[in-house]
Design a protein around this ligand. Structure first.
Ligand code: AHG
Ligand code: MN
Ligand code: MN
Ligand code: MN
Length: 334
């Protein structure tokens, strides 16, 4: 089945189960927003796949000299991907708000809209110039009509409805959980059809894995428990795989099992990854595939309530047995 057919079927089921016309309309809008995002990601993928060729050279190899709200020098494609997503969402028309890594303020769209979209237009952008996998991350949350911008981010990640990401890797893969109970599915983009085709229905993360993924260079800045946990991983002869694009590292973790971490450290007490459009959608995908996502000992990532659209948080996600072990070590530490 193509994504189009999959969404039509899922939206029809949701409409049938809905108890009001408004709810039914929300389901249709949610499917339309996901379709608009998927179409835009296919377009971003074409830029990524033509890296270095004249027509997109400036986008992929250029820096536009701007520095974003995080103090990161923006890759031209960071900004181009952001603009393409905003334009597609405005054209689709039912989004109330749009929160993006590349926009300091939450972007107002349709004031009567009842769905807000959060996204990281280009994740892992430091990898774009050397052709290593990058991605786009997105999440949808329900808001009231005439809602305020804060209703997009000042709420727990549990409120996320559809969540997903597209990885521009060896192939262009969309991983999606549609609406809040959607199974985690994978779709591969088929250039000849110009469509995403369902390739994995109902992905379940392995109970444990033999790979851990973390930026080892920060080892000496972690707390004692994190160091002890990573020491144990190497004692258990696990492999370290770290690509430096969250989408690629988490996608491998979802399929192969194991863990991905961006811990707090001495210089980044809240870690590096942003709650709203990196940690929340990726944690929702991992949890809905049977994994765990914690920020500290016993706190689930999705229970956290950010106070700003760009607030950072520590994150540990992956196979339930492996993350539970870390949680237990935090609980037992003095
Ligand atoms: P982004 O490119 O959207 O700013 O995200 C980059 C993030 C994430 O993709 C990755 O896991 C992390 O940065 C890598 O950070 P380090 O280079 O500090 O390990
Ligand atoms: Mn960035
Ligand atoms: Mn990112
Ligand atoms: Mn980004």
């Amino acid at each position: 089945a193509t994504l189009h057919e999959y969404l039509r079927a899922r939206a029809a089921d949701a409409v049938e189960a809905s108890t009001s016309a408004r709810e039914a309309e929300d389901c249709e809008n949610e499917a339309a927003i996901v379709r608009a995002l998927a179409r835009t990601c296919a377009k971003i993928g074409r830029f990524v796949r033509r890296a270095g060729l004249t027509d997109v050279k400036a986008y992929v190899e250029g820096k536009n000299g701007a520095v974003n709200v995080h103090g990161e020098e923006q890759a031209a494609l960071d900004d181009a991907a952001h603009e393409m997503c905003v334009e597609a969402l405005r054209e689709e028309g039912s989004s109330a708000w749009i929160a993006s890594e590349e926009s300091e303020d939450v972007v107002a769209a349709n004031p009567r809209g009842r769905i807000a979209v959060v996204f990281d237009p280009l994740d892992g952008s430091s990898n774009i110039e050397c052709g290593v996998g990058v991605g786009t991350i997105f999440g949808l949350v329900g808001v009231d009509e005439n809602s305020a911008a804060a209703s997009v981010y000042a709420r727990p990640g549990n409120d996320m409805r559809s969540v997903g990401y597209v990885m521009y890797g060896a192939s262009t893969i969309l991983v999606l959980s549609f609406m809040s109970t959607g199974a985690v599915c994978a779709f591969t983009y088929d250039e000849s059809l110009d469509a995403f085709v369902l390739t994995k229905a109902n992905i379940r993360i392995p109970t444990s894995g033999n790979v851990y993924s973390v930026n080892q260079a920060n080892y000496r800045k972690w707390d004692d428990v994190m160091r002890a946990y990573i020491d144990e991983c190497s004692k258990e002869k696990k492999s370290l795989r770290y690509i430096g694009s969250m989408v690629a590292d988490v996608h491998r973790t979802l399929l192969y099992g194991g863990t991905f971490h961006y811990p707090a450290d001495a210089s980044n007490p809240n870690g590096k990854l942003r709650a709203v459009y990196e940690c929340f959608p990726m944690s929702a995908i991992i949890e809905r595939a049977g994994g765990l996502a914690i920020s500290a000992a016993d706190t689930r990532v999705l229970d956290f309530v950010p106070t700003s659209a760009h607030e950072r948080m520590p994150i540990h996600v992956g196979s339930p047995a492996d993350i539970e072990r870390l949680s237990q070590m935090y609980r037992e530490s003095p």
